[in-house]
Design a protein around this ligand. Sequence first.
Ligand SMILES: N[C@@H](CCC(=O)N[C@@H](CS)C(=O)NCC(=O)O)C(=O)O
Length: 206
Amino acid sequence: MLKLYDSRFSGNSWKIRILLNQLQKPFERHTLDLESGETKTNEFYKLNRFNRIPVLQLEDGRTIVESAAILLYLAEGSPLLPEDAYMRSQVISWLFFEQGDLQRSIPLARVYHIRGIADKMSQQIERLHADGYLGLEKLDRWLTTNDWLVGGGYTLADLALFPYVSLAHEGKFDMQRFQHINSWLDRVRSQPGLLGIFDLSSYQSV
Ligand SMILES: N[C@@H](CCC(=O)N[C@@H](CS)C(=O)NCC(=O)O)C(=O)O
């Protein structure tokens, strides 16, 4: 059976659980505690050379690291990842955008607030907000004329951007500014099998 190494609050891991649930693939969930350093061990290094989650371990023991790579692997052959090379490239470009333009700013601002160290980190948070807003503005602009990120319906691109964009308010991003993003988030939330971050997948065995 597939094994997913994740943590409770991780948006990157949430992406993978949504996809596994939507594809109805059973998996074993191994939830690690990041604050106590469970990803920093030599043992965990054998699973992920970057010492972080999420990690997907295949039945034969091989691992896939980086959430975008895991999503692409799992979605292969499903309607969420177009077969047509051009349409597929459009999905992949959003995955790169998520990693390059949203991935540091939103998760870090959120983590500082969740861990109660936002006051101490206020200067860093200001910079993260400035950076994150640039990405969110680009996304909102696209959504003024498009209901979905690629083509006429929900794809892996929407799934990949949904977790951290929907969590941005936890990093005190003012999401009231982005009405097109908010409508898109509602459309994504209404997709079958879209789990909440703390929901348990019905396809999970442990
Ligand atoms: N680019 C990576 C980022 C993964 C990442 O930042 N993981 C975080 C949790 S969401 C983590 O393991 N942090 C612990 C650490 O880096 O020590 C991905 O998309 O999978």
